[in-house]
Design a protein around this ligand. Structure first.
Ligand SMILES: NC(=O)c1ccc[n+]([C@@H]2O[C@H](COP(=O)([O-])OP(=O)(O)OC[C@H]3O[C@@H](n4cnc5c(N)ncnc54)[C@H](O)[C@@H]3O)[C@@H](O)[C@H]2O)c1
Length: 318
C-alpha cells in the first residue's frame, strides 16, 4: 500500500487531509509539534491502524527517519498567520523556509521524489492583475509570510530541477469550514461571543477577499495531483467570487442573530502586509474538471456555525 507523510497533520488543513486519505485506505505518517494544531482534530484518525502520529518539531528535531518508504510528502506545517510577521521576524524564516529545506533534504536522503506544498495567494502581494494568474509578474512582497512562502516555492523548484523531484505547489486563498481555527471569521465570532453589541474591525471593511471551503480545497488538491503531471505544477486554488469584509460581517451577524455597533479602525489594509484585494484566476485548476461545491456565503455560514458548536477552538491564542 502507498504510504504518504503529512506535516502539520494536526492543523486545520492537515487534519482534514488526514481524514480524506484515511477514507481512501492510504497509510499516513503524520508529523506535528502541536504549536497551533490540536490533537482533538485527530481524534478519529488516532483510532485508525492506517495512521501513525509523531509529535515532532520539524525545525529542531531529527525527522529524516520518518521519510523511509514514503511515496509523497504533503507539506502543510508552517507559521500560517500572515498578520504578526513583523512582531517576530525570524518565525516565518524558520518555520516556512528552513523547515521546508529540512523536509527537502529528508526527502533527498530517502529518495522521496514527490511533494505537495501549501503556498498562498499572498505571494502575489498587491498585484495589479486581478484576477491573478499563476504566471502574473511578482510585485514587491508585502508580508514576511508571503516572502517566506515564495522563498520556499523557490527552494522546492530548485530541488525539482536539481534532483528530479516533482512538485505540486498550491497557492490558496483563505480557507473556511470544519476545523477552521484562524482568520477573520474566527476573530469576529470570538469578539461577538464575548460581547454581541460591539465589533471592532481592522481596516475600513472594504477589503475584498476570496475564500474557499476546506472540502473543495482538499478535493482540488487530490484532483490536481492526479491530473497535472509537469515537473513543477503551480496551481491557484479559489472560487470565482469575492466578498468584502463588510459583507462577511453581515453573514456572520445574521448567523449569530446579532446587530452590533461596528467600529472600523480605518485604512485600506487591516495591517501592514494585508492585501486589500485577493482574487485568484482559477482557470488552470478548472481544466482538471474540478469546481467548488460551496459559495463563499455558504462557507462563512458553515464556519460560523462550526465555531459556535466547537467553542473550545475560540480559546486558541492568536
Ligand atoms: N488556512 C488558510 O486559509 C491558508 C491559506 C493559504 C495557505 N495556507 C497554508 O496551509 C498550511 C496549513 O494551514 P492551516 O490553516 O492548516 O494552519 P494551522 O496553523 O492550523 O496548521 C499548521 C500546522 O503545522 C504545525 N506546525 C507549525 N510549525 C511546526 C513545526 N516547526 N514542527 C511541526 N509542526 C509544526 C502546527 O502545529 C499546525 O498543526 C500552511 O502552510 C499555511 O501557510 C493556509
Amino acid at each position: 500500500m502507498k504510504k504518504i507523510l503529512i506535516t502539520g497533520c494536526a492543523g486545520f488543513i492537515g487534519s482534514n487531509l488526514v481524514n480524506f486519505f484515511l477514507k481512501k485506505n492510504i497509510e499516513i505518517v503524520g508529523l506535528d509539534n502541536l504549536s497551533t494544531g490540536n490533537i482533538k482534530f485527530l481524534k478519529k484518525a488516532l483510532k485508525s491502524q492506517q495512521f501513525k502520529f509523531y509529535k515532532k518539531d520539524l525545525l529542531n528535531n531529527e525527522i529524516s527517519s520518518h521519510f523511509k518508504n514514503i511515496s509523497m510528502v504533503y507539506h502543510l506545517a508552517a507559521n500560517a498567520d500572515v498578520r504578526f510577521g513583523l512582531k517576530h521576524t525570524k518565525k516565518d524564516i524558520n518555520q516556512n523556509i528552513i523547515v521546508t529545506y529540512k523536509i527537502l533534504e529528508a526527502m533527498r536522503k530517502h529518495n522521496v521524489k514527490k511533494i505537495m506544498f501549501s503556498s498562498t495567494g499572498s505571494v502575489y502581494g498587491e498585484t495589479n492583475q486581478i484576477p491573478t494568474k499563476e504566471n502574473a509578474p511578482f510585485p514587491v512582497q508585502t508580508s514576511l509570510y508571503g516572502a517566506s512562502k515564495i522563498s520556499a516555492e523557490g527552494l522546492i523548484s530548485a530541488y525539482c530541477e536539481g534532483f528530479n523531484f516533482q512538485s505540486y505547489i498550491f497557492r490558496f486563498v483563505s480557507i473556511l469550514g470544519k476545523g477552521y481555527s484562524h482568520g477573520h471569521v474566527f476573530d469576529f465570532v470570538k469578539q461577538l461571543r464575548n460581547n454581541n453589541k460591539k465589533l471592532y474591525v481592522l481596516g475600513d471593511g472594504n477589503q475584498r477577499k476570496s475564500y474557499l471551503n476546506i472540502d473543495d480545497c482538499i478535493n482540488a488538491i487530490h484532483k490536481s495531483i492526479n491530473y497535472f503531471n509537469d515537473k513543477i505544477n503551480i496551481i491557484n486554488l479559489g472560487t470565482n467570487e469575492y466578498l468584502t469584509v463588510k459583507e462577511s460581517i453581515k453573514i456572520i451577524c445574521n448567523t449569530l442573530r446579532c446587530e452590533p455597533k461596528i467600529f472600523f479602525k480605518g485604512g485600506k489594509r487591516g495591517w501592514i502586509g494585508d492585501n486589500p484585494m485577493i482574487f485568484l484566476d482559477t482557470k488552470k485548476i478548472r481544466k482538471s474538471g474540478w469546481k467548488p461545491k460551496f459559495t463563499i456565503k455558504e462557507s462563512i455560514k458553515i464556519t460560523t456555525k462550526y465555531l459556535l458548536d466547537n467553542q473550545w477552538i475560540l480559546k486558541r491564542k492568536v
